[in-house]
Ligand binder design. Structure first.
Ligand SMILES: *Cc1c(COP(=O)(O)O)cnc(C)c1O
Length: 198
């Protein structure tokens, strides 16, 4: 998936002409403006921190929300998706990096959310995988260890809660600086920005 945040619609169109269809944005306003302006067969992903009160703006068209980290956000996505008579695929964001500023759930909190079971009552927000970011470091062993931990968690969660659901299959991890390591650890979706647009 091509991360097009901060890049112009002209830049996005260049990637589009080359065949790219999935683009990721991290700000609601910017995303909505680009969605209005650009071809309607683009698959838009939301990759940033999503505020509950802004879900309604992207619910009509969003293809995948990468960074769900609370049950209340998931609940609002479910409500808004229902209003628009659609199902919105969502990834649960797990916090694995050794950086306090990034969003996401601790692995134990993620398990607690799944164990609690409220998500099972949601008919229009559908959990299809896990998303994570590694620490921004040059220590490749650390990055590898973090992605490995996420990958183990992904497999555990799939076996424990989604064994009957083949749509739970997305492990979103890896950006420009660390995507080869992410792929080596089982990533199924990399989010590449600067390597494509800069
Ligand atoms: C910006 C961003 C990316 C892309 O980062 P690059 O280093 O430019 O590839 C990926 N994921 C998230 C969540 C981002 O915010």
């Amino acid at each position: 998936m091509a991360v097009s945040k901060y890049h112009t619609t002209a830049d996005i169109m260049q990637a589009y002409q080359a065949g790219q269809r999935a683009f990721g944005e991290s700000r609601v306003q910017e995303l909505c403006a680009k969605h209005d302006e650009l071809p309607q067969d683009i698959e838009w992903h939301f990759i940033g921190h999503l505020q509950t009160n802004k879900v309604k703006y992207i619910a009509p068209f969003i293809s995948l929300i990468h960074a769900v980290d609370t049950i209340s956000l998931l609940g609002e996505i479910d409500r808004q998706a229902q209003r628009h008579d659609r199902t919105i695929p969502c990834l649960l964001q797990v916090h694995i990096a050794q950086e306090p500023t990034k969003y996401g759930m601790q692995p134990a909190d993620l398990i607690r959310l799944l164990e609690d079971g409220q998500w099972r009552t949601m008919t229009h927000a559908h959990i299809t995988g896990i998303m994570a970011m590694a620490t921004n470091t040059t220590d490749t062993m650390q990055i590898q260890a973090e992605f490995h931990t996420v990958s183990q968690l992904f497999q555990q969660v799939r076996a424990q809660y989604f064994s009957q659901d083949p749509t739970f299959r997305t492990l979103s991890m890896g950006m420009t600086a660390d995507y080869p390591i992410a792929i080596s650890q089982g990533s199924t979706m990399v989010r590449i920005g600067s390597k494509i647009f800069n």
